[in-house]
Write a protein that binds this ligand. Structure first.
Ligand code: ATP
Ligand code: MG
Length: 332
């Protein structure tokens, strides 16, 4: 197998919560807690989990939009020597942010309403001084707009003139104009009508192949993940609790949380029955995590050890040579 293009190792991101005029520390949110994963060139790694589990923070930390407390984020473009993004200085970081681009969930708030399409899409070209004159910029913008299925004729228009799907195409054009290597797509279709979602997903797939991209694909919707991803990492309260191929995650999940998440997916095929498990209880308060396995208060299989000892993310024995990790004391 190729070397990973991105390798996240023991990443921790903590938000300190302060209160009052003197901003006294009132607690901390371990939004990303000892997260490790690898992404290989050309693959789509899905990142799933309930709201607040740390998916967006993981993506933002990779781009140093938030500073990690500790850990390493190794980026190896073209299989070369890895650069630790955590240690990158401003010039290096600027280059990394050209190579790794983000697409956000909400195309209504992610596009500046006072900038026209041309300005929005060309911003990264201009900041990075990748093109010389205006004619050249316009040509590049027209080219990428055509690529994402928008008529370049509309490049002088402002975001309000476009539908949700079209806005997401503008956001995709903005991300791709600098020819990145990795795209972090943070719930890129959640805000869109169901009828438009498939169009945008197909577009993302086509662009991945045409531009040889690698995706970290964040999503709530498991049907979307099953359709899009090669491998899936499942997050719960800041930690990855299971990671494997999409096939294995959906057919032989090893973590009770993954099982429960899958149980919540409606399955259209009546012949294919999956035991429906209703997730018991609420997600624990992340500022007051339970001892032992963080999932144990909601787990129907929890035993004494689960209340006492945090399970490690370990290889599952019967994975038949495929990489499959789960953090459950009873994962095998
Ligand atoms: N700037 C911040 N300050 C304080 N806490 C934050 C901040 N950003 C996120 N958090 C907290 O960190 C945790 C992880 O949030 P994050 O947005 O990464 O979750 P998520 O998995 O992306 O959720 P969603 O599915 O709702 O987008 C949550 O408890 C959230 O409240
Ligand atoms: Mg999020």
């Amino acid at each position: 197998m190729n070397n990973p293009i991105l390798q996240v190792e023991h990443l921790h991101t903590v938000f300190d919560i302060t209160r009052g005029f003197f901003r006294r520390k009132a607690g901390s949110v371990p939004a990303v807690s000892d997260v490790s994963f690898q992404i290989f060139p050309g693959e789509i790694l899905g990142l799933v989990g309930e709201s607040g589990c740390g998916k967006t923070t993981t993506g933002r930390t990779i781009l140093r939009g938030v500073e990690p407390r500790s850990g390493r984020i190794l980026y190896s473009p073209d299989g070369g020597n890895p650069i630790d993004i955590v240690l990158a200085e401003s010039n290096e970081l600027k280059a990394i942010r050209r190579d790794i681009r983000m697409i956000f969930q909400d195309p209504y708030s992610s596009l500046n309403p006072r900038m026209n399409v041309m300005e929005i899409v060309s911003e990264a070209l201009v900041i990075n001084r990748l093109v010389g004159n205006r004619a050249e910029i316009e040509e590049r913008v027209a080219d990428i707009l055509t690529h994402v299925g928008l008529d370049p004729m509309y490049m002088r228009r402002f975001p309000h003139a476009f539908s949700g799907g079209q806005r997401q195409r503008i956001a995709i054009a903005r991300a791709l104009i600098v020819e990145p290597k990795i795209v972090i797509a943070d719930e890129p279709v959640s805000a869109l009508d169901v009828s438009i979602q498939a169009q945008i997903l197909n577009l993302l797939r086509r662009l991945k192949n045409e531009m040889q991209l690698t995706y970290l694909f964040v999503a709530h919707n498991l049907a979307v993940v099953e359709h899009m991803c090669d491998r899936v990492a499942v997050m719960y309260l800041g930690k990855i609790v299971e990671i494997s191929t999409t096939q294995r995650i959906f057919h032989v999940p090893k973590h009770p949380y993954t099982e429960a998440l899958l149980g919540a997916v409606p399955i259209p095929d009546p012949k294919h029955k999956r035991k429906r498990i209703i997730l018991k209880g609420e997600v624990a308060d992340i500022m007051n995590l339970p001892d032992g396995c963080h999932f144990h208060p909601r787990c129907e299989y929890a035993k004494e050890i689960c209340r006492e000892k945090v399970p490690e993310l370990l290889p599952v024995e019967d994975a038949g040579g495929t990489v499959h990790f789960a953090s459950c004391h009873f994962a095998n």
